[in-house]
Ligand binder design. Structure first.
Ligand code: GL2
Length: 824
């Protein structure tokens, strides 16, 4: 059960004293921004507002820390290379219950709050769902009054900003200002020195014990910056601690003598580049070393910080794990295991076995992927150069582990090779997932199917050896950002029907079940939807110049653009509809607007070409007078949290069409269902659980399941040409890609896509699912012509989405992995 005792928010007290907030804003305008009400720019006003709100958070943050100390509470540290925060102001206002007060205050000051909010850019220190999940977890931890802290990097350049130039993705620097960000409290006095490179010398330590000495290292300094994270109600304010890198030499004024000046600056740039940018997952060789340094920098700063905090409480090292939980968000921070071992063995002189017990009891690992390339591996040579001592530690871990493996599987002589931390094929590499599993007491996937595939296909040997370690924790999203804040018309309607408890207890959304068929409620629901659809249509008009029909079905696919997510399947359906209109004179049963948004990884040409295809198809179809109001295709640029907050409340249909067995979970599917979109989806990731929760009648499913796909693959029996030959509609759609129908100006542009579908074995089996996808889209059309039935199903989706709150997910982690308790 969710524990929260203090909702509505504690800040309601401020309502009585609305002068205080105004005074705080004016104070910051003058003293922090050096401006006046009359002279201030919108940017300065926004800064003053954020600083005034941050003051409220800071008080609560300090009080929260005091409370944790008084209870000597166990703490969770959530290590992630990525956090996708979105905008902070609106979220804090919602969680603190200050939205109305601030709106009133701004009105008094003659300032438009919306414009102020638009001044803030998204905190995009991450690329996709994994990063956003981390941000949702922080919100839930604080809301549940749990001592849970995020640890990440303060990249100077986070995720790129996407522009569409003639339909092509162009990458530009993101806008989040990490240097002068009003939410971040920098703590240069708490600096950490992080060693890298150098060499290890054997030596004798205490009791004549072998005590290797790591020497001649280069140091990079880590400066912490804290971002307050307020839970609903505002009682608990935790922090997200982000580290930035500084040169150690820059602090030593001596080095800036005339002779060494340029050398010193060069060294400074070299060190600071460690937190310069968020690398895409497909880094090239030159960037590999930097990426390794980044990951190590994060875990080393974090472990030092955790240890320092723990020792300050007066705790014994031997009890460290009783008071500390570390969650590794994917394999990127898996180095924390080696670093914690180094810290315990080398710095605290604990013996190996004790250190290993502590490390394993502290660390837990979440895998977020089924894409093999996403499991990180490091060339041993590179690793040895950057982290020689850690390599020794990993060798030792491996040596002891393989001994256990041999004892356990005496007849399986290949087991040690399969399970080793060191892969010998294709150049010697360290397998970080293996390290994460061996060094953790818990390994979890992020949806039922994903966790099962991890056990059965990805890590079967480890699941056999440590069955008790493996579990599932289905992802969730915070309903506070994704429904309460993002969709006020619907949130108000829900609250008027069932009260506001759902904001902190999403399971109470089930009370809406009884309203699903209520015609009055349905009418109001339709009004919220119309309002949101019109707002989105206006936004589309402003951004792209395209006029869309707000009464059409809004069919939405918003996510990273990647072949496995199969935007291409959606496009083939659109082409099919287009040709039916122009060649068969068959207008669709209902008018549709297909709305896409998403970024491609800068180094993924296939995904980039799909973006171009979306735009070109849009261009041809939107200009064709024969399609009139019936069919439109739009791609909104620069997908991120803020854009998602605009699209999701207006979506009728949620496209979740990855090939079964490829999407670990998905979280966009949850956000859309929670806002009343119906899903058309494959039996993949958490789609399966969404369908179970909302009921198969209220969900459109199609396509092959993961087992069948696996069979086709093992038998090597998928042949795109069979589907092409059997179904003229499929042929007609696919052939367009071989022609210049959508690329008159750049003939042959999409032939590579045709080839990938037809000649190159198509790893994602598009054509195998296309027919059933088209048929299911027909069912969607039919249902849409019965508004009362559609609305009923939409409302049932909202009512039954409670399970997909990150509050539930975090409680599961807290109970079964972290043993973390609320501290009130
Ligand atoms: C992802 C998975 O692809 C996605 O299915 C999952 O919902 C999220 C969160 O668990 O994690 N893994 C990953 O690397 N990214 C994801 O979105 N970027």
């Amino acid at each position: 059960m969710t524990h929260i005792s203090h909702y509505p928010p504690v800040c309601n007290a401020l309502e009585a004293d609305n002068g205080a907030l105004r005074d705080a804003i004016l104070y910051h305008l003058q003293y922090s921004c050096g401006s006046t009400k009359k002279e201030a720019t919108q940017g300065e006003l926004a800064r003053a507002v954020m600083l005034a709100v941050r003051d409220l958070l800071t008080e609560r943050m300090l009080a929260t820390e005091k409370r944790y100390q008084q209870h000597n509470a166990k703490r969770l540290y959530y290590l992630s290379m990525e956090f996708h925060l979105g905008r902070t102001l609106g979220n804090v206002l919602a969680n603190l219950g200050l939205t109305t007060l601030l709106a009133r205050t701004m009105e008094e000051l003659g300032v438009d709050l919306e414009e102020i909010r638009e001044q803030e850019s998204d905190g995009a220190l991450g690329t996709g769902g994994l990063a956003r999940l981390a941000a949702c977890f922080l919100d839930s931890l604080a809301t549940l009054d749990m001592p849970g802290f995020g640890y990440g990097l303060k990249y100077q350049f986070g995720l790129f900003r996407q522009e569409l130039v003639q339909g092509y993705q162009k990458e530009l620097p993101g806008r989040w200002d990490t240097e002068h960000n009003p939410w971040l409290i920098s703590r240069p006095d708490e600096v950490f020195a992080i060693p890298m490179y150098g060499r290890v010398e054997p030596s004798r330590g205490r009791n004549n014990r072998y005590a290797p000495v790591w020497q001649d290292q280069k140091f990079v300094l880590g400066i912490p910056h804290d971002m307050p994270i307020a839970g609903a109600g505002g009682k608990t304010v935790n922090t997200l601690r982000l580290f930035s890198a500084r040169s150690a030499d820059a602090f030593d004024i001596q080095i800036f003598t005339a002779n060494d000046y340029f050398q010193a600056i060069r060294h400074q740039l070299f060190s600071e580049s460690v937190s310069k940018m968020l690398y895409p997952s497909d880094v090239d060789d030159q960037s590999l070393e930097m990426r390794l340094k980044q990951e190590y920098f994060l875990v080393a700063c974090t472990i030092q910080d955790i240890m320092k905090k723990y020792l300050k409480t007066g705790g014994e090292i031997s009890n460290f794990a009783q008071n500390t939980a570390i969650q590794l968000n994917d394999t990127n921070p898996a180095l924390a295991i080696a670093e914690l071992m180094r810290c315990l063995v080398d710095e605290h002189q604990l013996d190996w076995d004790n250190s290993w017990d502590i490390t394993r009891a502290t660390c837990a690992y979440t895998s977020h992927t089924l894409v093999p390339e996403a499991y990180e591996k490091w060339p041993v040579q590179l690793f040895e150069k950057v982290l020689p001592r850690h390599l020794q530690i990993i060798y030792e871990i491996n040596h002891r582990f393989l001994h256990e493996v041999r004892l356990r599987y005496p007849d399986d002589e290949n087991a040690p090779t399969r399970m080793s931390l060191i892969e010998e094929t294709g150049g010697r590499q360290l397998n970080m997932a293996h390290l994460a599993i061996i060094g953790s007491h818990s390994v979890n996937g992020v949806a039922g199917l994903h966790s099962q595939l991890l056990r059965d296909n990805v890590f079967p040997d480890f699941a056999d050896m440590f069955p008790e370690r493996f579990s599932n924790k289905t992802n969730g999203v915070t309903q506070r950002r994704w429904l309460y804040k993002a969709n006020p018309p619907l949130a108000n309607l829900i609250t008027s029907a069932i009260g506001n408890e759902w904001i902190i207890r999403a399971e109470t959304l089930s009370r809406l079940d009884e309203f699903a068929a209520d015609s009055q409620f349905q009418k109001q629901f339709a009004e919220t939807r119309n309002h949101n659809k019109r707002s989105l249509a206006d936004h589309i008009m402003r951004v792209t110049g395209l006029v869309i029909n707000p009464d059409s079905l809004f069919d939405v696919q918003i996510k990273r653009v990647h072949e496995y997510k199969r935007q291409l399947l959606h496009l083939l359906y659109i082409i099919h509809c287009y040709r039916a209109i122009i060649e068969d004179g068959e207008p669709p049963q209902v008018p549709r607007t297909h709305i896409f948004a998403g970024k491609a990884a800068p180094g993924d040409p296939a995904a980039k070409l799909i973006i171009k295809l979306i735009n070109n198809i849009g261009q041809v179809i939107n200009r064709d007078t024969r399609t009139r109001d019936m069919l439109k295709v739009v791609m909104l640029p620069d997908f991120g949290v803020s854009l998602a907050e605009k699209i999701i409340p207006a979506a009728d249909l949620s496209e979740q069409i990855s090939m079964a067995g490829t999407e670990a979970s998905g979280t966009g599917n949850m956000k859309l269902a929670m806002n009343g979109a119906l899903t058309i989806g494959t039996r993949d990731g958490s789609n399966i659980e969404i369908m179970e929760e909302v009921g198969a009648d209220n969900f459109f499913t199609f396509g092959l399941d993961a087992d069948t796909i696996e069979e086709l693959r093992t038998e090597n029996s998928y042949n795109a040409w069979d589907y092409y030959a059997d179904n003229p509609l499929i042929r007609r759609a696919v052939d367009c890609l071989d022609s210049d129908m959508f690329c008159q100006e750049e003939p042959g542009l999409f032939r590579d896509i045709f080839a990938s579908l037809m000649y190159e074995g198509d790893y994602f089996f598009h054509l195998a699912d296309l027919e059933s996808y088209i048929d299911t889209q027909q069912q969607v059309n039919e249902l849409y012509t019965h508004p009362a039935s559609w609305r009923k199903k939409a409302i049932l989706n909202i009512a039954r989405s409670g399970k997909f709150s990150s509050d539930r997910t975090v409680m599961e982690y807290a109970e079964t992995i972290w043993q973390l308790k609320p501290v009130v």
